[in-house]
Design a protein around this ligand. Structure first.
Ligand code: HDE
Length: 702
């Protein structure tokens, strides 16, 4: 049984702060009951408003002050509470951090996922890196692992971060484009700063278009250090692996989803947790003994490099489960304050110059964003570990310190709070010496070989997507000189890549490669190497109109639910759909308010009258045709096959009840309660496969 003391304490803390307004009288901030809140106090019905109207003045004043600065990066996000638990004490040989090594300890967490470039109100489905920030409320204090869904970063030294962010953010003269990297300044920066190239390859890949926050990997990015009780260090890279596998949207889809549901990823996380389908990740580590620091041919302190998994395997150490949505977005998701320097005994830093800059930046940014030094007292930020120190006062001080002293050393309070008690954090002892320099280490200067490794490791369809992404992004760059300079850089990654990109953007093909392609691959980099096949939580649209085969719909929907999928009946309009057999089916959604791009798969049931209505409806046909073009699983049974044909779903169709599966298109002529189990299995398998990649169309390739 898990020892849940920390989790209980965090829940109790949050309970104490939760304000329930239901069934309560309306009051001012001073607790005075208010009689009327719809009209201002005026001198005469049509006269001027009076200053003494303290209620309306307070109401408007508070409203005027509701906004805080959005995060300068990662402004758009969504978060949830959960728990982390180690599998065993295997890491105990390397770290004294109990939350990583005691399998009986369940540590409460809050996780915030985010996009990077867009403003707080921007769309979720844009081409971007995703933040994956985890706050562990451990018994030894808060530990923040503030990572991303890519294992590498664009720059090597934090000194370049403002330059990089200014380049990717909307352009300064007109604040265009929002939440998009496809513009001149970003690509100008990339063309002049080749250290960006490895991460740019990830940004142009499907990794930048996650299907769901629940279906993406997370990485600590930097090399950190684990430290054992005797002070011995081991280098570590952190990996989060989603239980549902790593899956992506495609470009045509994300652009449409941004209109059909700008909250797509946020809603998906919320809905899954509300439905009890708790998202899970496995924490894994790559460990490197200190003696091997220089064994890799690249520098472990360089955040633009991965340690290939084939070289140092990822060892699973524990499980993260998200199980509760926040009560209030602002109080929790907006006010959570992450900081890379929030570490606990057993975890320490390295000299990665990007990490060192972050250790300065996050505290600094919270001071402006949260308005003063007491933000750690906000409920979502408060540790479960006890907090005692001599820090005092400041804006928003909520603690009433009763001690007679607030300095150390003191004799009046017996020198409390006392430093150096058991369990105190001791910084790792690293020998450091050197002359003051402002110079990039020579060991950081290979900008291309891992970009090439990434490119070499892609499957055919993934490589197609990368080429298409470069063409789109550079095609939006007005300055032809910048386009040519980027192609010139890509030439040093791979000549074929550069040639294919150049052909789409009107710049001359590159003359020759730089270094020849080293030919190495790392299979773990492809999302299509051993993909997790799961139908769990996949959204399936079942199109239905009056006269539908009610028994067939019921059998399909029950079967999908039993497998953990989330089917929805989509009608021509909201309300009840009448079944041909007299049954009634309630439509979950209506065609005008939903879209094919919001689902993982579509099924068209039997019922000649229903099928005829759907085949006459342009939106229904578009719905099916689009799912087909996006290489999603498509199923039809009985008269539903007529709708598939009308939507030009090109596949081999069943000619009898025996189900036929052809590249994710699953059909049978059976219907009603007789739907064959083989048909249901084949449809579920096609959904679990995520896409039928063999069915490549222009929409899929682009
Ligand atoms: Fe951040 N980053 N960052 N970053 N970052 C912020 O902190 C910064 C970097 C990451 O959900 C800011 O509270 C610098 C790498 C995430 O609240 C700010 C540098 C990685 C989040 C900041 C980096 C990240 C942030 C903005 C280069 C992946 C969102 C608001 C030295 C390992 C956390 C805030 C959340 C947020 C600075 C580079 C991930 C300004 C200076 C590398 C997931 O402090």
């Amino acid at each position: 049984m898990a020892h849940d003391a920390a989790r209980d304490r965090k829940d109790q803390q949050l309970d104490r702060d939760r304000v329930v307004d239901d069934d309560q009288a309306l009051t001012t901030q001073q607790g005075v009951r208010v009689d009327h809140t719809d009209d201002s106090l005026t001198a005469g019905e049509r006269g001027p408003t009076l200053m003494e109207d303290f209620h309306v003045r307070e109401k408007i004043t508070h409203f005027d002050h509701e906004r805080i600065p959005e995060r300068v990066v990662h402004a758009r996000g969504a978060g949830a509470y959960g728990v982390f638990q180690p599998y065993d004490d295997w890491l105990g040989a390397h770290t004294c951090a109990r939350f990583l090594t005691d399998p009986n300890e369940a540590t409460p967490v809050f996780v915030r996922f985010s996009t990077v470039a867009g403003s707080r109100g921007s769309a979720d489905t844009v081409r971007d890196v995703r933040g994956f920030a985890v706050k562990f409320y451990t018994e030894a204090g808060n530990y923040d692992l503030v990572g991303n869904n890519f294992p590498v970063f664009f720059i090597q030294d934090g000194a370049k971060f403002p330059d990089f962010v200014h380049a990717v953010k909307p352009e300064p003269r007109n604040e265009i484009p929002q939440a998009a990297s496809a513009h001149d300044t970003l690509w100008d920066f990339v063309s002049l700063q080749p250290e960006t190239l490895h991460t740019i390859m990830w940004l142009m890949s499907d990794r930048a278009l996650p299907r769901s926050y629940r279906m993406m990997q997370g990485f600590g990015v930097h090399t950190f250090r684990l430290v054992d009780a005797s002070g011995h260090g081991t280098f570590v890279k952190f990996h989060w692996t989603p239980a549902l596998g790593t899956h992506s949207l495609i470009w045509d889809e994300v652009q449409k989803v941004a209109g059909a549901d700008p909250d797509f990823n946020r809603r998906d996380l919320w809905d899954a947790i509300e439905a009890g389908a708790f998202p899970e990740w496995e924490l894994g580590v790559q460990l490197v003994p200190e003696e091997d620091e220089f064994a890799f041919g690249f520098d472990l302190l360089d955040a633009t490099k991965i340690i290939p998994e084939e070289q140092v395997p990822v060892r699973p150490v524990g499980r993260l489960t998200l199980n509760r949505n926040p009560d209030n977005f602002f109080a929790e998701t907006e006010q959570i304050a992450f900081h890379t320097a929030n570490v606990v005994p057993g975890i320490d830093f390295t000299n990665d110059p990007l990490l060192q800059a972050r250790n300065f930046s996050y505290l600094d940014t919270q001071l402006i964003r949260l308005g003063g030094p007491n933000f750690a007292q906000l409920p979502v930020n408060r540790p479960v570990a006890e907090v005692h120190n001599d820090q005092r006062d400041g804006y928003g001080q909520h603690r009433v310190h009763t001690s007679a002293t607030s300095y150390s050393k003191n004799s009046i309070s017996d020198d409390a709070p006392t430093p150096g008690c058991p369990g105190a954090f001791a910084h790792y002892t690293e020998k450091v010496e050197g002359a003051t320099v402002r110079r990039r280490s020579e060991s950081f200067k290979d900008f291309y070989s891992q970009a090439t490794l990434f490119w070499n490791s892609m499957s055919g369809v993934e490589a197609e997507h990368i080429v298409a992404a470069f063409r789109f992004e550079l095609g939006k760059v007005n300055d032809r000189g910048i386009r040519a300079r980027v192609v010139d850089q890509l030439r040093l990654v791979d000549l074929d890549l550069a040639t294919r990109v150049a052909a789409g953007i009107g710049v001359p093909a590159p003359a020759a490669a730089g270094e020849p392609n080293h030919g190495r691959t790392s299979p773990a980099l492809s999302q299509l190497t051993d993909p997790v096949m799961s139908v769990a939580t996949r959204k399936v649209a079942v199109l239905a109109a009056d006269g539908v085969d009610g028994a067939g719909v019921a059998r399909l929907v029950e079967d999908l639910r039993a497998r953990g999928a989330m089917p929805e009946v989509v009608g021509l309009a909201d309300g009840v759909v009448r079944g041909a057999d007299g049954t009634e089916v309630e439509a979950d959604k209506a065609l005008p308010t939903t879209a094919s791009v919001l689902y993982d798969a579509v099924a068209v049931p039997c019922g000649p009258e229903s099928a005829a209505s759907l085949a006459r409806d342009g939106r229904a046909l578009h719905f099916v045709a689009e799912a087909f073009k996006h290489a999603k699983a498509v199923a039809g049974f009985g008269a539903g096959l007529d709708v598939l044909r009308a939507a030009r779903v090109e596949a081999a169709y069943a000619e009898g009840p025996d189900p036929v599966e052809d590249q994710g298109v699953v059909t049978t002529t059976a219907h009603g309660g007789d739907l064959p189990a083989g048909f249901l299995d084949a449809f579920a398998n096609a959904i679990a496969a995520h896409r039928a990649w063999g069915r490549v169309t222009d929409e899929v390739a682009a």
